[in-house]
Design a protein. Structure first.
Length: 234
């Protein structure tokens, strides 16, 4: 019984500690945008696994080491946010691979990048002709950032001199047939959503999801969509 109880308790406590830690620094770890955040994510996984399953290692010793690791990461994170030099040292800097349409072969060799690697990254960005690229930077995260030459850039509304219009974040008002009161405002309140439902001959309980889009229009999805043969793909 003890062989089952102790690992169960250790695993449960380790998982709770992991959840608490990720609530504090999880956004920095999950992105893997720097060397030290990537290294920390690997070490955290190793620590939690050992704390949970390796009964030959004292739990208190592992926990103290784990907390020291997290504290060190947090301190470095604070320092890097206040000092650009420390941030460069910890996070690294992007490497320019293409500049003014020219491939920088020296930088390619520094990061051990071949032409095949570069072409693959470009294809993943929907670029099949390297002649379309003005700048290409290999980010610390391993992603390739591209700036196309002007003739190949996407057209935006600004190019047509259209009048500016502000947008806002979508506002979810109904989910699973229940009103989300915390998202109410002076404009989008209970009376407003009731009136919108009345226009559509619907009740709140009939609606699966209702959201005010960023353009100010209300999107409503009902529970019963009345499809004769809906697609079912897993």
């Amino acid at each position: 019984m003890e062989d089952i109880l102790i690992p169960t308790l250790r695993t449960s406590v380790s998982f709770i500690i992991l959840i608490l830690i990720t609530m504090v620094i999880g956004k920095h770890i999950n992105t893997h945008k720097s060397h030290y955040s990537f290294a920390l994510s690997i070490m955290i996984g190793s620590f939690v696994a050992n704390m949970g399953f390796d009964v030959n290692i004292k739990f208190k010793s592992m926990l103290s080491s784990f907390l020291i690791l997290v504290i060190l990461f947090y301190l470095f994170m604070v320092l890097s946010s206040r000092s650009r030099n420390i941030r460069k040292w910890l996070s690294g800097r992007p490497t320019v691979l293409i500049e003014n349409g020219k491939i920088l072969d020296k930088n390619m060799r520094k990061v051990k990048f071949s032409i095949d690697d570069l072409n693959q990254f470009l294809r993943e960005k929907d670029i099949f002709n390297i002649s379309e690229v003005e700048f290409a930077l290999l980010e610390v995260s391993g992603e390739l950032s591209i700036l196309k030459k002007k003739p190949f850039q996407y057209t935006t509304k600004q190019d047509f001199n259209l009048p500016n219009s502000s947008e806002s974040l979508p506002v979810e008002l109904i989910m699973d047939g229940k009103i989300i009161k915390k998202n109410f405002s002076e404009k989008y309140n209970h009376n407003w959503i009731e009136a919108e439902c009345k226009k559509r001959n619907l009740q709140i309980k009939d609606i699966y999801y209702a959201v005010v889009n960023s353009d100010g229009h209300l999107f409503v999805d009902k529970y019963k969509d009345k499809f004769s043969s809906p697609t079912d793909v897993e």
